[in-house]
Write a protein that binds this ligand. Structure first.
Ligand SMILES: Cc1cc2nc3c(=O)[nH]c(=O)nc-3n(C[C@H](O)[C@H](O)[C@H](O)COP(=O)(O)OP(=O)(O)OC[C@H]3O[C@@H](n4cnc5c(N)ncnc54)[C@H](O)[C@@H]3O)c2cc1C
Length: 465
């Protein structure tokens, strides 16, 4: 039996009322821990293909709307925009298009430009503020028929062939547990290549218990601390260039400027050694803007205003879960350096691939809009079938086979993005003789050779399959 929850996690709705009790054990097919952008998108994509969305449970430790203060701006790739368009009206997002990406190295001549025109697309991606992305996802979730329980810090416990979950109104069970509780990198003095898994803290909910209690012992994590901190804020350049994003590599770490809103403002991600980042973040506005101009150069004129500054420790975490009834997606599976803006994009592809693997288990007939779907798959790498599966009869749900398909499907893309961001995060900062010249030469080669540039841009837009 399925209970319905309102946005505050209280049981209610006609089924619960008909049952006359809310402490009846409820069976869910799938429980998703975390309704950040990846968990929410996963639930919404699932709701389109699952025979009964009410058999899906999503929990979040924070109440709806709690992400309203998140300061991040996300570069959302063209492939991710196509996936998001399946679950929300992306035309209503406040989004600034990226048509050109200018890549350079401070103190060296090499530079290259990735252009949307060259890729045959109107934009390489869009910049959307985290808070402005999560709001329509939360609204869509509330209307999706999926059970949303929040604020509930999910700590499911393995129980026989499923998971036992304590909800405010009583226990529930789920056959498959999806970790989507995300988080950001958290620096530990002992953090090293082989440090334990607990470095990704629940983002925005540092005191919330994480779902570690429910993790299988097969979960393994690898952690690398980059010894960098990102200072982020929004800035206003005197000479804005609409549609342009900039990535500038410095000896301290990369500095990115992304257009936001109408392109008059830009989101800054300035990476530097932790003590240098602390110094930069504490500067008064005038000094901060002057140092930014000095580091970035004069391409956008003088920087004349800066918003509140926030700092994020930077590292990479990869968690592989081998359990047959448990899987991690998004930042729960991997935390990346923000260079090249890939974390959310990779996580969204995790979500899409998981839903495709689960839906495939039904062996349903192709949906009515199959031709259109096939076209989107071809262009975006999105393997998800469209609505129509929901009407199909549901054979027995076999998470183990679906997870095996999922892990095989995701390996290449994950390995590539983790490897590429790791290289970019460190290459320009390595104190090796000639290294910055070699890195500059690599940028110059990229500029000269479209045959190299285009696959790079395509991989950033759509990932690797
Ligand atoms: C400075 C910076 C810049 C970035 N820029 C980009 C970019 O340009 N492009 C890009 O693609 N990515 C970017 N990223 C990465 C991006 O922010 C993340 O990859 C993305 O937010 C991951 O989404 P998520 O849903 O997996 O996790 P989160 O966004 O961390 O969401 C996790 C959710 O789970 C909830 N939760 C946590 N613990 C529990 C629990 N125990 N029970 C229930 N709920 C729980 C939280 O409340 C939260 O709602 C950037 C990151 C940083 C730090």
């Amino acid at each position: 039996m399925t209970a319905a929850f309102d946005a505050n996690g209280a049981a209610g709705g006609p089924e619960a009322a008909a049952a006359g009790a809310v402490d009846v054990a409820r069976d869910f097919d799938i429980a998703i821990v975390g309704a950040g952008p990846v968990g929410a998108a996963c639930a919404l994509l699932l709701a389109r293909v699952w025979p009964d969305p009410a058999r899906i449970l999503v929990m979040d430790a924070r109440p709806a709307g709690a992400a309203a203060g998140d300061p991040r701006a996300l570069a959302v790739s063209e492939g991710s925009m196509q996936l998001l368009a399946r679950v929300i009206d992306t035309r209503e997002l406040v989004a600034a298009p990226i048509r050109m990406v200018h890549v350079s190295q401070r103190g060296h001549f090499g530079r290259t430009v990735l252009a949307a025109d060259e890729m045959g697309v109107a934009a390489l991606g869009q910049v959307v503020r985290y808070r402005e992305l999560i709001a329509p996802l939360e609204a869509a979730l509330a209307a999706s028929g999926v059970n949303v329980a929040r604020p509930v810090a999910g700590a499911p416990v393995a129980d026989g062939d499923g998971w036992r979950i304590e909800l405010p109104d009583g226990p529930a069970r789920a056959a498959l547990l999806v970790h989507a509780e995300g988080g950001v990198f958290e620096r530990s003095p002992a953090a090293d290549e082989a440090a334990p898994a607990a470095h990704a803290a629940a983002n925005g909910a540092p005191d919330a218990p994480r779902a570690e209690a429910g993790r299988a012992t097969t979960s393994a994590a690898r952690v690398r601390d980059y010894g960098q901190t990102a200072v982020i804020c929004e800035v206003e350049p005197a000479l804005p260039r609409r549609g342009w994003a900039f990535e500038r590599f410095t000896r301290g770490g990369p500095l990115a400027l992304l257009p936001v809103d109408d392109g008059e403002r830009m989101a800054l991600v300035w990476c530097a050694a932790p003590d240098e980042a602390a110094r930069i973040a504490a500067l008064d506005d005038a000094r901060f803007l002057a140092e930014l101009g000095n580091t970035f150069g004069s391409r956008l004129g003088r920087f004349r205003a800066a918003g509140p500054r926030h700092a994020y420790a930077l590292g990479q975490l990869r968690r592989d879960t081998g359990n047959e009834r448990e899987v991690a997606i998004g930042n729960a599976a991997q935390v990346l350096h923000p260079v090249a803006g890939q974390g959310f994009n990779l996580g969204l592809r995790d979500a899409a691939a998981l839903v495709a693997a689960l839906a495939e288990g039904f062996g349903a007939a192709p949906p009515a809009d199959a031709p259109a779907t096939a076209a989107v798959v071809a262009s975006s790498g999105d393997p998800i079938a469209s609505p129509g599966l929901a009407a199909a009869a549901a054979p027995a749900f076999d998470p183990a086979a679906a997870l095996a398909r999922y892990r095989a499907a995701r390996q290449r893309d994950r390995d590539f993005v983790l490897g590429a961001t790791d290289t970019l995060a460190r290459l320009f900062t390595l104190p090796l003789p000639g290294m910055s010249h070699a890195a500059g030469a690599a940028i110059a080669a990229l500029d000269l050779l479209p045959a190299l540039r285009q696959p790079v841009a395509r991989a950033l837009m759509f990932g690797l399959r």
